[in-house]
Each structure stands twice: as C-alpha cells, then as structure tokens.
Design a protein around this ligand. Sequence first.
Ligand SMILES: Nc1nc2c(ncn2[C@@H]2O[C@H](COP(=O)(O)OP(=O)(O)O)[C@@H](O)[C@H]2O)c(=O)[nH]1
Ligand SMILES: [Mg+2]
Ligand SMILES: [Zn+2]
Length: 300
Amino acid sequence: MKTSNLSSGTVIAAHGRHYFVEDQSGEVRKCYTRGKRSGICVGDTVDFSVQSAEQGTIETIHPRRNLLYRSDEARSKQFAANIDQLLIVVASEPPFSEDLCGRALVAAEFADIAPIIILNKADLPSVEHARKQLQPLADLNIPIIELSALNEEQVKELLYPVLENRCTLLLGQSGMGKSTLLNTLIPEAKAHTQTHSEALGTGRHTTTSTRLYHIPGITGDLIDSPGFQTFGLAHLEPSDIVRGFPEFMAELANCKFYNCTHRHEPHCGIVEALKAGRIHAERYALYERLLAEYEAQSRY
Ligand SMILES: Nc1nc2c(ncn2[C@@H]2O[C@H](COP(=O)(O)OP(=O)(O)O)[C@@H](O)[C@H]2O)c(=O)[nH]1
Ligand SMILES: [Mg+2]
Ligand SMILES: [Zn+2]
C-alpha cells in the first residue's frame, strides 16, 4: 500500500457509502471506503489516501474516544463519535417525551458523555409545564438551560460559553426546535439542510443526515443529527441500564441480594428509595421498561 499521500481528517458528514472528510487545513474531500466497510460515523478521525483535490479513499479509522448510538433488535443507529457533550433539546409544545429524553441520558451515561438539556420555546407560557416535567432531572443536577431558539442574542449569550472549545452533539425529538436552534447558531446550516432535502425530493427543512458544523464566532463544533421518534437501548446489559440512573448508585448498597434486579426482591435499596421518595416514580418506571425490553430481546 502506498502511504506517501496519506492524510488524516475528521468525518463531517456520512451519506451511505461515501463520507465527507475535512483535513487539518480545512479542505473537505468526498471519500469512499475500500470494499463494504461500514461503521464509520461523523466525528471519526480517519486516515485517507488522496486521489485528487476532491476525492480520497478511507484507509483506517482511528480508535474512538466514545460513540453515542441507539439500537433495537433489528439494527443500530450511530449518532456520532468523539464528542465532548450531548445537548438534548426539549420543549413544551408539542410536549416532549420524558421517555425519549431519559433514554438519551442513559445512552450518554453509557458512552461517558456529559449531558446538557436545552428547554427550548421558553417564550411560551406552557414552558412552566415542561419545567415541572424536568424536575427529576434537575434534581440529578443535570444542567438545564432555558431559552428560545428564535432569540439569537439569548442563544449566543447562553450557549457560546457552553459550546466553546468543545464538540457537541445536538439531539432532539422532532418538533422541539432543534433545526431552529441549529440555524440560529449556524446560518450556513439552513442552506445546507434545504439543498440536501431538495436533492432527495423530500420536504424543506428536513434534516436527513448527520453533519458536523464549525460554529462561526467561536471555536467549537456542533453535530446535527436527524430527529428521532424511538430510542432503543438494546445494546445495554442490565448493569449498564442501572448505571444509566445516577440516583440509583447510592442506594444499591442497601440491596440484600448481589444479583438484585430491583423489582420484586425483598430488601431492595432501590425500591425502598422509591417508596421514600428519593427516586422519582417516572425514572423508576423507565428503568423497569428498559429492563423489560432487555429481557424480551434476550428470550429467544
Ligand atoms: N415559540 C417558539 N417556537 C419555536 C421555537 N423554536 C422553534 N419553534 C418552532 O417550533 C417548530 C418546530 O421547529 P423545528 O426547528 O423545525 O423543530 P425540529 O423538528 O426539532 O427541527 C417550528 O414551527 C418553529 O418555528 C422557540 O424558541 N419558540
Ligand atoms: Mg428539524
Ligand atoms: Zn435492589
């Protein structure tokens, strides 16, 4: 293999069999993989051989610091690799799903990625309801930033300090205002999203692929990924699921059985904490759902 023209870069977009890779000088090339190698995702660092000013071939993928993904029995969906933090966008209208938000947090914990919640549409009176929905997460000391994505000045004031010098993945259930927030921070993203949708013949403003953007005005990257309606965690073992609930940790020592599943066993520290109100009922219910899903898929 010739290695004389090997460069390294960051995958900034993935489109089926080809990837856009940005090298250290900021040049972006369309790169192909050899054979049917899949598994590359946005945020990956890769070595590629230069074919031309526009094209390259990906030769190797560097080891990842982390990878955020979701999965169900049938397939898994990678969000991004090598990210510093996860920004989860929620709102009151339409109401956000505590289930989806909780699942994203469990996935982040599993991948060792710090989460931040954006409570968007703070200009609407209904924000009060979403604030109540978020109380269990506020109690866990997860940072929650209230803002309106329509208010450019406020977005920059509140988010620049958080985004500076980091690579941030933006996640959100559809309708929460994720695209609006992205466009406020990165005007270039709007044009990009539209062009891409037109090319595919889908509606405007539809985010169809994952893409890494540099944030103008500061040093920092933001990765936009498609909105989602489901968030399977089929890749998690029961012990991973438990670890996804930081509020369970202090209570585990009170479980009598080392293999306690924290459901019907006597003398369970988690169930006792639930009864005592130290663990929120909806958080415990999410734990039960995830465990039931794990059991359903491993039972064949
Ligand atoms: N009132 C209000 N509406 C917003 C805000 N952010 C987004 N929206 C609206 O919410 C709807 C969904 O926004 P969009 O960015 O497409 O959501 P996405 O599906 O998460 O990308 C649009 O009609 C936006 O104009 C906000 O901060 N305040
Ligand atoms: Mg969108
Ligand atoms: Zn227990």
